[in-house]
Ligand binder design. Structure first.
Ligand code: SF4
Length: 358
């Protein structure tokens, strides 16, 4: 009798690299969208959605990318997946330059890099049965010997994400929001990826269901060693799942640090304001609050100097003229603010500027 099929596809074998080597390295990533006007659709300007973002993710690590809507987080995720072509910069996955891959090679690489989208309602084809949705990546990549073996894999995947495998013939509309997101996770897991870009995966769900899906993602990470780029607009959501947090504002990283450090010792005024916006569960304990004035400016016309200066509660004159670089102010803790002292308590030395790595 042949061995039972694996719950998920066998892992893709990659050449060995140093254990500490990052799985994903993003350097100077930029995505500018042209603004076209007039009869001839001439380019009249550029939307600087992502403007020189650098970070890395280690195998099995979760990096949360956090910021308001319009900060460029989703565009960053899509550029990494090459669902959008970056304007410049580099994205290396396990040492391979993703931006240099031909479309066919990139499709093969997608076995290792999967995505879970925000909207569990819109990301599943309403005309496909759930079994077909989860089996589709296995069919495309010809995983398993035959249809029966792939169906067995689908059943195990559904079971693994907490769904009844007997539901394979149902359609997405017959499931709740949380169940649909579990279907999205099962589909993403089918090819046994090493990195999942989770783009606001729980934002559309009720609070109680959010916790369940986050717990599922944490369990799967511990079991399968998957790394996550976890995109969220709410810092409170990432506290449980993230190892490190990168805060993004208007196309730039403004702070990056281990999760405990971000919560205990936030340095950038924008990070502080995001943290202070988290509701306190105890109504008798008021939290000191800094209200960020106004809306995030348009990425088509970012403010000069520090991009946050139009809303910053502690802005000084230099901020309006000089852009602060992202500097490692303490081991593993990076911030881009003129008022944050460098490691020696002085202005940021240029040798510590650059890619914010783990
Ligand atoms: Fe505020 Fe200036 Fe720091 Fe920007 S550089 S966050 S404007 S203090």
């Amino acid at each position: 009798m042949s061995a039972p099929p694996a719950a998920v596809a066998p892992p893709v074998v990659s050449p060995p690299r140093a254990a500490s080597a990052p799985l994903l390295e993003v350097e100077g990533l930029t995505k500018h969208f042209p603004i076209r006007r007039g009869l001839f659709a001439r380019v009249s300007g550029w939307v600087r959605a992502v403007d020189g973002v650098s970070f890395s993710i280690r195998p099995g690590e979760t990096l949360a990318l956090v910021g308001e809507s319009g900060s460029g987080k989703t565009t960053t995720g899509r550029c990494i997946l090459r669902l959008l072509e970056p304007t410049s910069g580099s994205v290396r996955f396990d040492g391979t330059d993703l931006l240099g891959l031909a479309p066919r090679e990139m499709r093969r690489m997608r076995r290792q890099i999967q995505v879970v989208f925000q909207d569990p309602y819109g990301s599943l084809n309403p005309r496909m049965r759930v079994g077909t949705i989860v089996r589709e990546p296995l069919d495309i990549h010809r995983i398993g010997k035959n249809r029966a073996e792939r169906d067995a894999m689908v059943a195990r995947l559904l079971e693994r994400v907490g769904l009844d495998p007997g539901m394979v013939r149902r359609y997405p509309h017959e499931f709740s929001g949380g169940q649909r997101q579990r279907i999205g996770v099962a589909r993403a897991l089918a090819l046994r990826p090493r990195l999942i870009v989770a783009d606001e995966p729980v934002s559309a769900l009720d609070v109680s269901v959010q916790a369940q899906v986050i717990n599922l993602l944490i369990d799967l990470q511990q079991e399968l060693g998957i790394a996550y780029l976890f995109i969220a607009h709410d810092l409170a959501l990432v506290e449980r799942i993230a190892d490190r947090v990168a805060v993004m504002y208007l196309g730039k990283l403004v702070e990056l640090a281990p999760v405990e450090e971000i919560f205990k010792n936030p340095l950038h005024p924008y990070t502080k304001a995001l943290l202070q916006a988290i509701p306190v569960p105890d109504p008798t304990r008021a939290r000191e609050r800094t209200v960020i004035r106004g809306e995030i400016p348009s990425p088509a016309a970012p403010p000069p100097g520090c991009r946050f200066h139009t809303r910053c509660p502690v802005v000084v004159e230099t901020c309006r003229r000089v852009e602060p670089p992202l500097v490692e102010v303490a081991p593993g803790h990076w911030a881009a603010c003129h008022l944050v002292p460098g490691p020696a308590g002085d202005a940021a030395p240029s040798s510590r500027r650059g890619a914010a790595s783990g």
